[in-house]
Design a protein around this ligand. Structure first.
Ligand code: HEM
Ligand code: HEM
Length: 223
């Protein structure tokens, strides 16, 4: 069985000095591909529209892949392995403020909540971009699930989505831009969390997202 499809816990005979494969190759390609596509979408917004849209669709495709991989992927890629409830997440954040949070081999509870926030916000950004791109897509909004339609119903209709020359304007563009700006904030918090956890646990987590390997579990660590 290759590491990409192994769902077993790492060998417990591994000590802190040995290395354990944590991020499978697809998670790593997903991660750095996502960073590149998001950066491209951000940098080309309102400048190079075809590239912007291609990068935005790439983000959407990567997120869709990650949702599937979260169900059938390798051990540490699985949502069931790392998603925790609010209680455990808040307890972890409390431990962090006291500087006594435990080391997790996979995502820690706060990192896991951030993964969800990133995936949801990226989906919303790409979805609103897709909607804006064509007037016919907007017409589908009233028949969309309740989570989308009420936001639309709140719009008083004073603003139009398209200007006289067909350029995009109006509330949907504002939602798209707000989500994109929220993404910047989340990405900054995410990288801050990665740097903080790297210092706390004396390991370079960014490098682990490149090589896939982390230090083996020590006493008290959660594998
Ligand atoms: C250069 C800056 C970045 C670095 C160094 C970095 C590093 C990392 C690391 C180390 C992890 C694993 C976290 C853990 O140990 O629990 C991770 C996960 C993740 N990061 Fe980043 N990240 C960066 C930028 C971004 C950006 C800009 C995005 C969003 C566009 C992003 C989205 C994610 C996602 C979705 C995951 C979850 C990975 C998975 O389980 O598939 N990252 N990142
Ligand atoms: C998730 C990735 C995406 C990010 C981060 C992103 C970000 C942005 C940002 C920041 C703007 C504001 C530009 C400005 O006016 O200053 C913008 C505008 C826009 N985006 Fe996106 N976007 C993404 C995906 C998409 C997709 C998938 C589409 C369509 C297929 C799209 C279509 C548009 C359009 C039509 C505009 C308005 C451009 C204009 O001002 O005329 N975006 N996007």
């Amino acid at each position: 069985m290759t590491d990409a499809i192994s769902h077993q816990a790492p060998e417990m005979s591994t000590g802190p000095s040995s290395k354990v494969r944590v991020w499978d190759p697809l998670v790593r390609v997903f991660h750095w591909g996502l960073v590149a596509a998001f950066a491209t979408a951000w940098l080309t917004a309102d400048e190079l529209q075809p590239v912007h849209e291609f990068a935005g669709y790439t983000v959407a495709g990567l997120v869709a892949f990650r949702l599937v991989w979260g169900l059938v992927g390798s051990r540490y890629a699985r949502f069931a392995q790392f998603l925790k409830g609010p209680g455990e997440t808040l307890a972890y954040l409390g431990d962090m403020t006291r500087g006594r949070e435990r080391r997790y081999l996979g995502h820690n509870p706060a990192g896991a909540a951030m993964v969800v926030a990133l995936l949801v916000t990226l989906s919303g950004t790409a979805f609103t971009g897709w909607l804006m791109e064509d007037e016919a897509r907007l017409a589908m909004l009233p028949s969309m699930p309740a989570i989308v339609a009420p936001a639309w119903a709140d719009d008083d209709g004073d603003e139009r989505e398209y200007g006289a020359r067909g350029e995009v304007e109006g509330p949907l563009k504002e939602v798209h831009e707000t989500l994109a700006n929220l993404m910047l904030l989340l990405a900054a918090l995410h990288v801050g969390g990665v740097v903080l956890a790297s210092f706390r646990h004396h390991e370079n987590l960014a490098r682990a997202m490149v090589t896939g390997d982390k230090r083996g579990p020590g006493p008290g660590d959660i594998a």
